[in-house]
Design a protein around this ligand. Structure first.
Ligand SMILES: Cc1cc2nc3c(=O)[nH]c(=O)nc-3n(C[C@H](O)[C@H](O)[C@H](O)COP(=O)(O)OP(=O)(O)OC[C@H]3O[C@@H](n4cnc5c(N)ncnc54)[C@H](O)[C@@H]3O)c2cc1C
Length: 403
């Protein structure tokens, strides 16, 4: 039987965990059960990302992304300090490599100021060389508030805090069906095992649209998986990158462009690109292509409309994905000394990008409510940075919903 005040959360990535943690604070009397399909936590987006603490410079002022990124970064810094999780606010530079990008760079600077960022600076090439001597650019913005963090440790710490309060985090429980009777949700695994709860929170990332449908919702978006592939730089060449080096992003896409990241463990990563994946778990070199997922995409009007708009960019990304030489050529635009041999194939992550039926890429976070349930249907970057703020917001909505 469902306890009187019980909440089931689907998804053990950062959003599910942060939501469960926020509920332990806001609704201490509730019984919380978090269900994760994999045998470990944060195995998908939350554990396969760039590990960057975003500052909030990119996002439309007033958008959920802009507000929750700023709020989430502040909370994350405090959380990491309290729990001794590695975090380094090393700062980053966004660089214009062509004169034609200087206008967009200036717009970003203005946008960052409008979003309340502190210490932004427009840099001439000479000043940039003092920060990143190997980067070639026509101009740059220095963003001192950006940094790197160990998101894996954030996830395990959240899980420990949740279970210490007597709640459950169950891994290896893939929710396969959901029904609701007399106000009680029953979430079933394929094994027949089930969990009951009065409230449901769907934080299933790459499967959030499917979980929403299982629960009887009609999601306004479909998840399209975009793989981001990384290369590593060999240790004897990683002096070419001191901190974080980003290009000026193409404003038509929600992705930031191939960048350089000196991670919290000091290794230097290049990427990620953005290629359409043939499955929601189609990681590079790990199998995971799925005919069922591909068929679903091929019958999606949203994807066809998207493809018609961006086929040129999409094709170029796929060609570059299969050629280290072309990837190096793209990386060389930022750091001319990069050679093909400097790139060693690394891991990959898959973004759960929500696409509307008209082919529009959802840019902002999308969180919808149905009776007794909250569904997180688009939580792309910077959702790892913003996770504690997003969790807090979802918990508030649920508390308000249930009174
Ligand atoms: C390549 C890449 C780079 C990124 N870089 C950054 C960055 O540097 N900084 C930043 O802030 N953000 C970054 N992001 C974005 C960030 O990682 C994500 O926005 C965030 O991790 C989303 O968390 P989530 O909990 O919603 O999803 P996920 O981490 O994907 O978690 C969803 C969970 O739900 C589980 N699940 C799914 N279906 C079921 C089911 N039926 N039953 C039970 N469990 C289920 C999955 O197994 C998964 O563990 C990046 C993302 C990618 C892919």
């Amino acid at each position: 039987m469902a306890q009187h005040d019980s909440v089931a959360i689907v998804g053990g990535g950062l959003i599910g965990l942060a939501t469960a943690y926020a509920l332990t604070q806001q609704r201490p009397s509730a019984t919380i059960t978090l269900l994760e399909a994999e045998t470990g936590l944060a195995q998908h987006q939350s554990g396969r990302n760039s590990g960057v603490l975003h500052s909030g410079i990119y996002y439309q002022p007033g958008s959920l992304k802009a507000r929750l990124c700023r709020d989430g970064a502040t909370r994350l810094i405090e959380f990491c300090e309290t729990h001794e999780i590695p975090l380094d606010r090393c700062g980053k530079v966004i660089v214009a490599t062509r004169d034609s990008e200087l206008g967009k760079l200036n717009d970003l600077y203005e946008r960052g100021n409008a979003n309340g960022l502190i210490g932004l600076e427009l840099l001439e090439p000479g000043a940039l060389r003092e920060i990143e001597p190997h980067v070639a650019a026509r101009g740059a913005v220095a963003v001192p508030e950006a940094g790197v963090v160990d998101f894996g440790r954030v996830a395990t710490t959240l899980s420990d805090l949740i279970t210490q309060q007597g709640h459950q985090v169950r891994t290896g429980f893939r929710v396969a069906a959901i029904d609701r009777r007399n106000g009680v949700f029953r979430l079933r695994a394929e094994s027949g095992d089930y969990v009951e709860a009065n409230s449901l929170i769907n934080c299933a990332g790459l499967h959030s649209d499917r979980v929403a449908r299982m629960a009887g919702a009609n999601p306004p978006v479909q998840i399209i998986p975009f793989r981001g592939e990384y290369f590593m730089m060999p240790a004897d060449r990683d002096y070419l990158v001191r901190h974080l080096v980003y290009p000026v992003p193409d404003p038509r896409f929600p992705f930031l462009g191939v960048h350089f990241t000196r991670r919290i463990d000091e290794s230097v990563e290049v990427g990620p690109n953005a290629v359409l994946a043939l499955g929601r778990h189609h990681y590079r070199g790990e199998g995971g292509a799925s005919w069922a997922d591909t068929k679903e995409m091929l019958t999606s009007p949203g994807l066809w409309r998207l493809a018609r708009k961006y086929w040129r960019t999409g094709t170029a990304e796929m060609v570059r994905s299969s050629s280290r030489r072309l990837y190096a050529a793209a990386a060389r635009k930022l750091i001319p000394a990069i050679e093909s041999n400097d790139l060693i194939r690394g891991g990959s992550g898959i973004r759960a990008q929500a696409v509307a039926r008209d082919g529009a890429l959802a840019d902002d976070f999308v969180i919808v409510e149905t009776e007794g349930a909250v569904h997180v249907l688009n939580a792309p970057s910077p959702a790892a940075t913003a996770s504690l703020a997003i969790g807090e917001r979802i918990a508030q909505r649920l508390v308000a919903n249930r009174g």
